[in-house]
Design a protein around this ligand. Structure first.
Ligand SMILES: *Cc1c(COP(=O)(O)O)cnc(C)c1O
Length: 387
């Protein structure tokens, strides 16, 4: 049976309170134990979670930090990427993917996405590589792995590093290898709305390189080693033991939540097909080359009807969200980054067409039916008025 926080008439986009409620006692007990030991930083729960994430991804090491954004920043610092270097990133992603590159003083190179997957287009990545390119950051957007076969091949040919932004894709895989174990470093986030959400901020990096693991730990602790000796300038970024303790409890349920998300996505495909709506909207395809973990179920609404559909759904108390309305190359703070005109058309088109629907684990079939009916009534009304 589902656990829902409120028995309401709304269909919410997610239900964090409902997800956590059955685990409250266990999580509070785990946090109480942290109080008993007083090890609020570097406590045993941090190591336990690091080991669990390493195992899940298949990478040799996992290292906790304060957020997914810090994970990206630390990955670049550990790779010694800075001024004069170029880093390839998608424009259609969350801000942090690109801001980390700007923070270390390297040059952002925006590359367009494959419209079918919303992920970096490997052929376009290849075309964007110059002698200054040091790394590429594929994002596994909405929980679907980027084409890591092609991307690691392209990167390997010219010897650039790969940093996976797996913030939305914990537990996802490309073929039989987990995300975070394909690139040189993988970056995860425990922001409360991610598939493994904490009680606040938290992040993690994965790597199979002993050298990179050591450098990540060094840069996450002020670059200090041994005590009060600094050869590099690091930052202070740690995963709190309290967060790790709560996350260890939730970690045991991740697989079942992922399965629920996958079932919900499959159910939408069935319901939208039955309702005859698949020509009005484009559904996100499942990943036949891997495991999609559906952090978002993001449809495309063509012909400039997306915003009207969203309003129509809101009138029926059905939540939806636009991830992301403005591609990063059009953000004011990135105006200085020159992009070839027309080189990011798919990113711009996606920003104009996408709409994310509720797909969280506790979503009921009745609620999914309401979402589909809500979209159906929008297009039915349009058909009549157009005739
Ligand atoms: C959430 C997210 C981040 C940042 O994670 P935080 O933990 O919120 O700092 C980075 N990249 C992507 C794609 C994200 O979705």
């Amino acid at each position: 049976m589902s656990n829902r926080s409120i028995d309401s008439k709304n269909v919410p986009l997610l239900d964090i309170v409902g997800e956590n409620r059955p685990l409250h006692d266990e999580m509070l007990e785990a946090i109480r134990e942290v109080f008993e030991t007083g090890r609020f930083l570097y406590g045993p729960a941090v190591t336990e979670l690091e080991n669990a994430i390493a195992k899940l991804s298949g990478a040799k090491h996992a290292i906790g930090c304060a957020s997914g954004s810090d994970a990206l920043l630390l990955a670049l610092l550990a790779m010694d990427i800075g001024p004069g270097d170029e880093v390839i990133v998608p424009s259609f992603t969350f801000f942090a993917t690109a801001s980390a590159v700007e923070r270390v003083g390297a040059k952002i190179v925006f590359v367009d996405i494959d419209p079918a997957t919303f992920n970096l287009d490997p052929a376009k990545v290849k075309a964007a590589i110059t002698s200054n390119t040091k790394a590429v950051i594929p994002v596994h957007l909405f929980g679907r792995s980027a084409d890591m076969t092609a991307l690691t091949r392209v990167a390997g040919e010219v010897g650039i590093q790969v940093i996976e932004d797996a913030a939305q894709a914990i537990g996802a895989a490309h073929h039989d290898r987990g995300v975070g174990a394909w690139g040189d470093i993988g970056c995860f986030s425990f922001y409360p709305t991610k598939n493994l959400g904490g009680c606040g901020d938290g992040g993690m990096m994965t790597t199979s390189s002993d050298e990179l693991a050591a450098r990540i730990r060094l840069f996450a602790a002020h670059g200090m080693n041994p005590r009060y000796v600094h050869r590099v300038v690091g930052i202070n970024s740690r995963l709190d033991t309290i967060q790790a303790a709560a996350l260890c409890v939730k970690m045991k349920h991740l697989e079942s939540w992922t399965n629920s998300r996958r079932q919900n996505a499959a159910k939408y495909h069935e319901l939208f097909a039955d309702a005859g709506l698949t020509s009005n909207i484009t559904l996100p395809a499942d990943d036949t080359d891997g495991t999609h973990v559906w952090n978002q179920f993001t449809i495309r609404v063509p012909n400039a009807r997306r915003d009207a559909l969203r309003t129509h759904l809101a009138e029926q108390s059905i939540a939806s969200e636009i991830y992301y309305p403005i591609p990063l190359h059009q953000q004011e703070c990135f105006r200085h980054i020159d992009c070839e005109p027309g080189s990011l058309v798919e990113s711009e088109r996606a920003a104009a067409e996408v709409l994310s629907l509720p797909v969280f684990p506790e979503l009921t079939i009745e609620e999914q039916q309401r979402v589909v009916r809500g979209i159906g009534s929008f297009f039915a009304a349009r058909k009549v008025s157009a005739a």
